[in-house]
Design a protein around this ligand. Structure first.
Ligand code: T5A
Length: 222
């Protein structure tokens, strides 16, 4: 079993939706409660996967086509899951990951038109039952998201795509949230970072923390 007591939360959404900011805030809050938290990201998160991150984001893999791109993302994920995520969950840590399988489903699947059987096959092989307990999908218009990402620095291979691409990307994330309400929660991310952090905390508390509170011992009769 990969997560006897651990808990796996992923953040997803378009560029500049605030995933990194909110993942950090949630990690800080859980640490304040005394939890062991492993904050990580994709592509990357382990030495082997970080080595592949640069290749994926600088655009040298792009000419090989979206199938090749999906396979390299999966190879990076394989290293990340087996060397960092599974061991952390097995020892009971909370793992918070900035992007995970839904990014592949959306960017390579929905937008790159990679056959969903290849995407799901890679997912089964690499992730297996190490699925997130909760996925928070931050939903914001591409206009707002890209303006935030631009303020932060230069565009990578995906941020450089046109506005229509980012609209389709948003729609694909919304579809996942609709299809998998047990795992995914869609949140309006146009609000300020503080307000959003409060809503995320409420969701984590309701969906995950409350369930994990040990039950109070029954009172002795009389
Ligand atoms: N990818 C990834 C695939 O194609 N397939 C895959 O399988 C995987 C795993 C990763 C790229 O790789 C692709 C998708 C991506 O294009 P990345 O460098 O990790 O690239 O970039 P992103 O994940 O897109 O991260 P960004 O940094 O662009 O966006 P975030 O993390 O959503 O946003 P964040 O928190 O860094 O914030 C951006 C700026 O906005 C401000 C922040 O201070 C920061 O300056 N901000 C806010 N401002 C106002 N209100 C708020 N609520 C704000 N929240 C943050």
């Amino acid at each position: 079993m990969s997560k006897p007591n651990g808990c796996f939360i992923t953040f997803e959404g378009g560029e500049g939706s605030g995933k990194t900011t909110q993942a950090r805030r949630l990690a800080d809050r859980l640490e304040l409660m005394g939890k062991e938290v492993v904050l990580t990201r994709e592509p990357g998160g382990s030495p082997g996967a970080e080595a592949m991150r640069h290749l994926l984001l600088c655009g040298v893999i792009k000419p090989l086509g979206p199938e090749a791109e999906a396979i390299v993302f999966a190879a990076a994920r394989d290293d990340h899951v087996s060397t960092l995520i599974r061991p952390a969950l097995a020892r009971g840590a909370w793992v918070i990951c900035d992007r995970f399988i839904d990014s592949t489903r959306v960017y390579q699947g929905a937008l790159g038109n990679v056959d969903h059987r290849l995407i799901r096959g890679l997912e089964r092989l690499v992730v297996g039952d190490t699925m997130p307990d909760l996925t928070i999908i931050l939903d914001v218009s591409p206009e707002i998201g890209l303006a935030r990402a631009e303020r932060r620095g230069s565009a990578d291979r995906f941020e450089a795509e046109d506005m229509e691409y980012h609209r389709l990307l948003r729609a694909a994330y919304r579809e996942i949230a609709e299809r998998e309400p047990g795992r995914c929660v869609l949140m309006d991310a146009s609000a300020g970072a503080d307000a959003l952090a409060v809503r995320i905390w409420m969701t984590v508390s309701e969906r995950l923390l409350r369930q994990r509170q040990p039950l109070a011992a029954p009172r002795a009769a009389g």
